[in-house]
Write a protein that binds this ligand. Structure first.
Ligand SMILES: *Cc1c(COP(=O)(O)O)cnc(C)c1O
Length: 421
């Protein structure tokens, strides 16, 4: 069971909304740090273990800075994400640049920061060499194809656009070796929001086996394997979080059996999780604007899918708490909607909730990753603020809400004067 609580009480939340109008995203620093430490502890047996926080999950420099202090690096996939990491002094081999269909200028920016470059395709070896030059350390992304079953969000690996085939990996590392590269890593990412821990030990097994095979065949050694991200979180109260300690120990078991028993030197284990790092510790706080009763009963919030797209995008469940009504009987059924002119703009459909009324404050749980980050401006909707609850209990704004001026910032209204329609 995953408890769906939130870190402030009703009076504190109400007070906060007087300074920062709803909707806003609120992150809990203390919980994020405790979770980061639990992940570090689970893999402390592995010398050189590192988690590279997937910046796309919550691209806020304050959060990246907190995580960097906990020893995390950054997993970036675009120029702005690289810039964000650089701005909080996360650079060099603390950045994993895992991109695909990558433009040369992004490879160049990654190389200039000294990031670990993770190649998505065999053709990128020549592309990188010709445009930017090859770095000392190169990682390749493996797509196991039919060798591994995929999961719901990421789909079947053989349908996925990412990574090298098995044959291409042998060819690719041989090519890199022959070009004088001496430092290697191996990466894969085949799951997303996966709550079955065996998935990750199977992935580790697959990569450790491959490291041994590649090193024997090509006479090269690897510095690390990157098991990717994708550790799931219990969005539903009845789901169970992955036991990180057990996961760490199970990966250790596979490591000892394969790498430990081989003549390959010790390998560092890397992860690039986003969701499990901040997801459960971020909340979208919104207020009920209207109650509407037609063929169904609707709760209209002042937030919409531009603030949290997952429910509308893939029917994802996000738990909703009505502040102050935690103990009230759950005897109503509502669709909880936003104001977008899209009928799928619903945070919940046929959700059992207590009796609600206009003015109620609601907390939408597990919005701390792939939440604000996936925001967009369709329908002239403005992105919300992001707030951080510090360990001291203070709340600081780590991103202000967008304004109408921000929305129009890329338009040149003055140009309209000389423009003949
Ligand atoms: C999205 C992504 C991640 C992070 O995934 P989570 O599900 O947030 O852990 C890590 N690596 C790559 C390459 C990704 O695309």
């Amino acid at each position: 069971m995953a408890a769906k609580t939130y870190p402030l009480d009703r009076a504190q939340l109400e007070a906060l909304t007087r300074t920062y109008p709803t909707p806003f995203h609120l992150y809990d620093e203390k919980a994020i740090r405790a979770n980061a430490r639990a992940l570090q502890a689970a893999f402390a047996w592995n010398d050189g273990f590192k988690e590279f926080f997937a910046v796309k999950a919550a691209p806020n420099p304050y959060l990246i800075k907190i995580l960097a202090e906990e020893g995390f690096g950054a997993d970036c996939s675009s120029l702005p994400e690289l810039t964000l990491s650089d701005r909080v002094n996360v650079r060099g081999e603390s950045i994993m640049f895992t991109s695909n269909d990558t433009p040369a200028k992004e490879y160049r920016a990654a190389a200039e920061l000294g990031a670990i470059i993770n190649l998505d395709d065999i053709s990128h070896i020549a592309y990188l060499e010709e445009t930017v030059g090859l770095p000392d350390l190169v990682c390749c992304r493996y797509n196991p194809g039919p060798l591994k079953a995929g999961n719901v969000i990421i789909g079947h690996p053989e349908e996925a656009k990412y990574g090298f085939t098995r044959e291409q990996l042998f060819e690719g590392y041989r090519l890199l070796r022959d070009k004088g590269i001496t430092r290697f890593g191996l990466h894969t990412m085949v799951a997303s929001n996966e709550l079955d821990a065996t998935y990750f030990t199977e992935t580790a097994h697959l990569l450790f086996d491959l490291v041994v095979e590649l090193s024997r065949e090509l006479g090269i050694t690897f510095e690390f394997v990157n098991l990717g991200g994708g550790i799931g979180i219990p969005y539903r109260p009845e789901e169970e979080a992955i036991d990180l300690t057990a996961l760490g120990q199970n990966v250790k078991g596979v490591y000892d059996a394969i790498i430990g028993a081989s003549d390959h030197p010790p390998l560092k284990i890397y992860l690039e999780c986003g969701r499990m790092v901040t997801g459960p510790y971020g909340y979208l706080v919104s207020r009920v604007l209207h109650m509407k009763h037609t063929y169904k009963a609707f709760v209209g919030l002042d937030a919409c899918m531009t603030h949290l797209m997952r429910p509308a995008l893939y029917g994802a469940y996000h738990h909703i708490t009505v502040v102050g009504k935690e103990a009230a009987p759950v005897d109503r059924t509502y669709d909880v909607t936003g104001s977008l002119c899209e009928n799928n703009d619903k945070f919940a459909i046929d959700r059992a909730l207590p009796l609600m009324e206009a003015g109620d404050l609601v907390v939408i749980h597990d919005a701390g990753a792939h939440g604000h980050a996936m925001g967009f401006n369709y329908n002239g909707k403005l992105r919300s603020a992001e707030l951080l609850l510090r360990e001291s209990g203070d709340v600081v704004q780590i991103r202000r809400a967008e304004t109408v001026d921000d929305y129009f910032a890329t338009l040149d209204f003055d140009g309209l004067d000389g423009f003949k329609a």
